[in-house]
Design a protein around this ligand. Structure first.
Ligand SMILES: CC(C)(COP(=O)(O)OP(=O)(O)OC[C@H]1O[C@@H](n2cnc3c(N)ncnc32)[C@H](O)[C@@H]1OP(=O)(O)O)[C@@H](O)C(=O)NCCC(=O)NCCS
Length: 359
């Protein structure tokens, strides 16, 4: 009888140090197909609205005995509305182990150590959208599954859209996506709108914070949409972002941020932000119509909404013809206060838009 002895690989998990940057870059480059390079990594982690806290435990690395970097886990911080309070939350972004050293517990240890650090550092909640490989690890570490993070689609050009869904793993979603039919035309309110002023603009109006403040209590969990966050998130170095605001009597009453990209060979318009003062459906409808018009003229095959939205926005998106399509990822949270755990079960709107596109 042959007896197998497992080879024990020895490694050490520790907090990030600034000298790790080149090795992190090399590891992410070979482990993550969607990795966009060091400059973007630095922007995400170091330029965020709440500053860089890598060495305080927001970033963890694993080192082998010869001190090469074999594992990485990074989070970024945000200000988040959480059941009526404003708290510090963090989003877990990239978790990666060198392919030569997988299944030795490296990612498990990085995740565990960094979650314990987050708790000590006054972070109230960590969240993420783990993929098929990292999901079991997240759940074993006590992550709470909030459900599937679906995506809303509006098909503008049906044939190329359906063709693109019929290959590989997307075959299964065909039945659902077939429901995402061509978008509605002008809504019944369209003719009443001559007094609304649509102001396409780069950047955000001075009163932009007040829009989120007017509706933030409709979200059980939602990132604070304040100016420092928005200007960082929609930095035009990283996307073809376009902001359109709707103003009335010198007050901004809503805004939409869209961007185009190529996904599986098709031109796609993504709605990253859609917010209306007071969750007003009329504002949403005007903004959505303008985005649909823009997408058609830019030749997009379909439109998509980046994450979940307020009730008012969802109603208006539904009326415009947007339909839910499976995305495959799930939204997982790690609440560090015990009292938050049961509340997660009944969270209503639990995320505002635009937060997972840079994974
Ligand atoms: C996902 C990923 C980070 C996991 O890294 P890892 O270091 O292999 O993870 P672990 O070793 O901690 O755990 C992986 C599995 O091995 C098991 N395992 C851990 N130690 C083990 C050991 N000594 N012997 C055998 N199995 C072991 C774990 O229980 C786990 O099993 P499960 O998947 O059934 O839960 C890695 O696969 C990776 O880098 N993938 C590519 C990038 C990616 O997709 N990242 C996730 C999203 S950003």
């Amino acid at each position: 009888m042959a007896i197998g002895y497992a080879l024990v690989f020895s490694f050490k998990a520790r907090r990030y140090e600034p000298e790790d940057d080149p090795a992190i870059d090399a590891l992410l480059m070979k482990s993550l197909p969607g990795y966009d390079g060091r400059e973007r990594w630095s922007w995400m982690h170091k330029n965020g609205p709440l500053g860089f806290h890598g060495s305080e435990g927001d970033i963890w690395v694993a080192e082998s005995a010869d001190e090469s970097l074999v594992g990485y886990y990074g989070r970024i911080r945000y200000s988040m509305r959480c059941f009526g309070r404003t708290v510090i939350a963090s989003q877990g972004l990239n978790l990666a182990t060198d392919s030569k050293f997988r299944k030795h517990g490296i990612a498990t240890q990085l995740l565990g150590s960094s979650l314990r650090d987050a708790k000590k550092n006054g972070i109230c909640l960590t969240f993420g959208f783990p993929n098929r490989l990292s999901y079991p690890l997240a759940i074993k570490q006590g992550g709470h599954d909030m459900g599937e993070a679906g995506e809303l689609h509006l098909v503008l050009d049906r044939e190329p859209y359906l063709n693109s869904r019929q290959i590989g793993p997307f075959r299964k979603t065909l039945r659902r996506t077939e429901l995402a039919l061509l978008g509605a035309g002008q809504s019944r309110h369209a003719t009443e709108r001559s007094s609304d002023r649509l102001e396409p603009m780069q950047g955000f109006a001075k009163d932009i914070d007040s829009i989120w403040i007017s509706i933030r209590d409709k979200f059980d969990l939602g990132l604070e949409r304040a100016l420092p966050y928005l200007t960082w998130r929609y930095d035009r170095r990283w996307g073809d972002y376009r902001t359109v605001s709707l103003a009335k009597e010198d007050q901004t009453c809503g805004y939409i941020v869209t961007g185009t990209s190529i996904k599986r060979g098709l031109k796609v318009t993504t709605i990253y932000e859609l917010l209306a003062r007071g969750d007003e459906s009329r504002t949403y409808e005007t903004l959505i119509e303008s985005a649909i018009e823009g997408s058609r003229s830019e030749g997009s095959t379909y439109m998509t909404v980046s994450a979940s939205s307020s009730e008012g926005a969802l109603r208006s998106l539904g009326r415009a013809g947007f339909r839910k399509v499976r995305w495959g990822a799930r939204y997982v949270t790690f609440p560090y206060e015990e009292c938050l755990r049961p509340r997660m079960e009944c969270a209503r709107a639990y995320q505002s838009l635009g937060d997972r596109d840079y994974l």
